[in-house]
Design a protein around this ligand. Sequence first.
Ligand code: ATP
Length: 377
Amino acid sequence: MASLELETLRKEFDGGSIVAVDDLDLSIDDGEFVTVVGPSGCGKSTTLRMIAGLERPSKGRIRLGGTDITDVHARHRDVAMVFQNYALYPHKTIEQNMAFGLRMSTDLSAEEREKRVSEAAEMMGIAELLDDTPDELSGGQKQRVALGRAIVREPEVFLFDEPLSNLDAKLRTTMRTEIQRLQAELGITAVYVTHDQEEAMTMGDRIVILNDGKLQQTGEPTHVYNNPTNQFVGGFVGSPSMNFVDVTAEPIDGGVRLTGADGAFTYDLTSGRADAFGDISGGTYVLGVRPEHVSVGNEGAQSAVPAVVDVVEPVGSDNYLYLDLGTDARAFDTEGAPEFIARVAADIEPEVGETIHVSFDESSVHLFDDRTGEAVT
Ligand code: ATP
């Protein structure tokens, strides 16, 4: 078992014109399960490949258990990587595939190798498949073999590169639990890369969010969810995404007054996080409100925003209301018409075209600087 440290880790391609990983600093504790998430091209795989020794850093150091392994060959690093496409040898049996990583270890007896393979196969529930070849296995079984092969090596660190992306939704959920159980049982440090924020949020002890090769935020999933440091994180984490509305903000007695573009609405924040915004002296911001922190039907409330219902989407226990606030409310990074989404109880079913009034859970609203995207705290 070991801790893992990345120190100003950088990877450039094409003579420096592409910066895939931009001076990343990250410490991962011994036995910790860290998920790394971000949009396509943010540098997740490159980071993982540098840890595995498959890619040479342009700059920076990697330490495993305090030892600098930056210049150690991949084969001699005590890490095991599990890939999305399983990376099994098609003409070898499952047993041979699982034992393959051990062939390099000259200090292991044949009996010891066999014992490790059969224990890992038992652990992954694939003992009866050992004589088969990969083409006889389903996607889920292949991924179990790939996991088994990683376990056999008894590494200090597990590296996962989107291991469940090729599996169907149901199997993915099962395998998530299985991987978590395995990691906890073996107590091995794990770095798990995914583009799926939900997977990252549910699996990690800690989540690391990257964008453009840069670390955006790291912390426990719930903490990051409730306290995004910038607009990117606010919009990336959570589904449906956080709503964003351009506002001007000015101090008022006991709080802050928000005004929508073109005076579409005014909303006085006087409780909850109003204190946190107390230092605002006026200016333009982006209001961030998660769909579950919007409530409907407080027409009489002093601060309530009129909104026209565009779509009512039932999702079982809840309804999603797509609303037009008469201003440029925009869901983060989505295509098509800007919408403001409220997630409300299933028995709230307004008519399409009806004007309703929404208010916000004031303890859960966010303001971001409209130029830098940084959260006002
Ligand atoms: P995805 O989720 O799509 O796999 P990612 O977050 O894993 O994306 P990387 O694969 O690490 O991102 O790529 C980061 C950036 O580096 C991208 O712009 C990518 O095009 C670039 N890149 C990665 N490998 C190379 C390479 N061998 N040569 C040139 N550019 C590369």
